[in-house]
Design a protein around this ligand. Structure first.
Ligand code: GLN
Length: 239
């Protein structure tokens, strides 16, 4: 364990039994790996939906899910209260698709009925007329200092952003929130429609979360292989 980081970063993979579509667990693995390459120790908890949320987590990750597991996850997280509490005291939260929607005030259930979310992000989701399926590329908000993001989206939901959040990215291709923007963030809580897994396809986004978690800069690492794969992917999508 490095003396600079005596305490491991505690990563909590939230409800893999309900929220884990399209390989979103890869987000956990890439965070562990990119921390390890810098000598930063991590400890990962796979939190099942019948367990209490550990409020001392540093980074909480939520994945995508089908409509009904998404509703169950929202109910259990609301009842537990731990994720809300952890975020209020500054924990990092990164949520994808169903996980993103349920961080908001409400989202659309399987019949379009409004289902209450956690209210951690000032967003509201409903159901769009068409399912958004395919590749998505976005230019990230300049203040986050993250290169263009790429991912895969598959959702029926559309998301309206309130005053207290900013869009994560401007859509270059794809649907995202449905209004020309993709994802949302406020403080250290960030949500996106991007699977991929998003942090594997976008190491810059992974490093943003690590910077937030350690509260400062982190060493650069050699990303030439990831960079080549990203270029290939962007070329395939954008031509
Ligand atoms: N059930 C949500 C929707 O269709 C989220 C889907 C997902 O997580 N892929 O919008």
């Amino acid at each position: 364990m490095s003396s600079d980081h005596p305490k491991p970063i505690k990563i909590v993979w939230v409800y893999p039994d309900l929220l884990s579509t399209y390989g979103d667990q890869g987000n956990t693995i890439v965070l562990e790996r990119r921390a390890a390459l810098r000598g930063i120790p991590t400890q990962t908890v796979h939190l099942r939906s019948d367990e209490r949320v550990p409020v001392d987590g540093d980074i909480f990750l939520l994945g995508g899910g089908e409509d009904r597991p998404q509703i169950l996850a929202a109910q259990r997280l609301r009842r537990d209260g731990g994720l809300y509490e952890a975020a209020q005291r500054g924990a990092v939260v990164f949520a994808v698709c169903a996980g993103y929607q349920l961080l908001g005030h409400e989202f659309g259930g399987e019949e379009g009925q409004p289902v209450p979310g956690l209210g951690l992000l000032d967003i509201r989701s409903g159901r769009g007329r068409q399912r958004a399926v395919g590749e998505i590329v976005g230019e990230v908000a300049a203040e986050l200092n993250v290169p263009r993001i790429t991912g895969f989206e598959n959702h029926q939901g559309i998301t309206h952003l309130g005053q207290r959040v900013k869009p994560l990215a401007k859509v270059v291709t794809g649907i995202g929130n449905g209004d020309g923007f993709e994802g949302a963030y406020s403080g250290r809580v960030l949500g996106t429609y991007m699977h991929g897994p998003a942090l594997v396809r976008n190491p810059g986004l992974a490093d943003l979360l690590l910077r937030w978690a350690v509260g400062g800069d982190i060493q650069p690492i050699d990303d030439s292989w990831a960079g080549r794969l990203r270029e290939e992917r962007l070329k395939a999508v954008l031509g």
